[in-house]
Design a protein around this ligand. Structure first.
Ligand SMILES: Nc1ncnc2c1ncn2[C@@H]1O[C@H](COP(=O)(O)OP(=O)(O)O)[C@@H](O)[C@H]1O
Ligand SMILES: N[C@@H](CCOP(=O)(O)O)C(=O)O
Length: 314
């Protein structure tokens, strides 16, 4: 049976995410109140991508664009063949910084493709969307909070990725310290060893379990709960300023970790009055995104087209 497309554009708002949260490598993640807005429409021919904000003038404007590649992957699952695509991206999530920009682009693409197909939700349910997005990203810990919002635990079974989302306790106050320099996740993953000492694995597993309790119930435990021995030390040489800031914040009693694969630093509690991060970081206090990716009919409106998110001008 031929696939039918809906008439007119659809849009999606996708949150930034911070993965790992210290000990939860490739498993734990948090959705943050900083978003990309993307719209897509079926057009008679060709592929056209416009980008405003982060990545404008750098990202490809054709089939190589990650949103389009993700749409293509979803269309394939849906057995749908669009004639052409027009995509508009308003990006606020800094790219290659450890804030899940690639996952946001992938989730946007998969959800937009599904929304453009008339019976898309029936043919690609939410579980299938998570599985496909995790497959495209290569690990599930960013796409899970991006889709579900809140704090998520993700894991992979033989059939693919799964995830649960939990509400975050009051008193968890995320701040991100975003540097100018970039770091590609693929390169940071290449810095990891194939095996780790049993003691490091055991310690980290215990802290990851404690973190689920700390972040959902008792934030006073966040400092011990964010100790990791699986990835941050191995990656420190590639991001010395990040490692130094994590250390300084932790010595000041702040539950700070490398955000994702870095080089952004995530603090889950407030720094002491007058704390000086010591160089030119962009420092953003971000709310938690509780709803995850949201899809709607229609093109981007005036508010969605503002590339600078409210409160993000520090
Ligand atoms: N909004 C976007 N649109 C298109 N491509 C993107 C977007 N965000 C990220 N990417 C692609 O993903 C790369 C960064 O991915 P990655 O190294 O995983 O960093 P991050 O931690 O930001 O996800 C970018 O260099 C770019 O190629
Ligand atoms: N678990 C992954 C998380 C990568 O997150 P990103 O935001 O840097 O893409 C890893 O640590 O490699």
């Amino acid at each position: 049976m031929p696939t039918n497309f809906i008439a007119g554009p659809v849009r999606v708002r996708v949150p930034a995410t911070s993965a790992n949260l210290g000990p939860g490598f490739d498993a734990l993640g948090l959705a943050l109140g900083l978003h990309d807005d993307v719209s897509a429409e079926i057009v008679p021919t060709g592929v056209r991508v416009t980008v405003t904000g982060q990545g404008a003038g750098e990202l490809p404007d054709d089939d190589r664009h990650l949103v389009v590649r993700s749409m293509r992957a979803a269309f394939e699952r849906l057995d749908a063949r669009p004639t052409g695509l027009a995509v508009e991206c308003v990006n606020r999530i800094p790219q290659a910084r450890g804030l899940g920009s690639s996952s946001a682009a992938i989730v946007a693409g998969v959800l937009l493709a599904r929304a453009l197909v008339t019976d898309g939700e029936r043919r690609l349910d939410d579980g299938a969307v998570l599985r496909l997005a995790a497959e495209l990203e290569g690990h599930p810990d960013n796409v899970a909070p991006c889709l579900l919002g809140g704090f998520t635990v993700a894991w992979t079974e033989p059939t693919g990725a799964r995830a649960v989302s939990r509400e975050v306790a009051e008193g968890v106050r995320p701040t991100v310290y975003v540097p100018t320099e970039r770091g590609l996740t693929a390169e940071a993953r290449a810095a990891l060893p194939a095996t780790v000492p049993h003691g490091d694995a055991a310690l980290t597993a215990g802290r990851a379990a404690l973190l689920v309790h700390a972040i959902t119930t008792d934030p006073t435990l966040l400092l011990p709960a964010t100790v990791d021995r699986l990835h941050q030390d191995y990656r420190a040489a590639g991001m010395p300023a990040t490692a130094a800031l994590v250390r300084a914040l932790r010595e000041a009693g702040v539950a700070a970790v490398v955000s994702g694969a870095g080089p952004t630093v995530l603090a889950l509690s407030d720094p002491p009055e007058g704390f000086d991060p010591g160089r030119d970081w962009q420092v953003w206090r971000l709310p938690i995104d509780v709803s995850g990716a949201r899809v709607a009919r229609g093109r981007l409106g005036h508010a969605e087209r503002d590339p600078v998110a409210a409160g993000r001008k520090s």
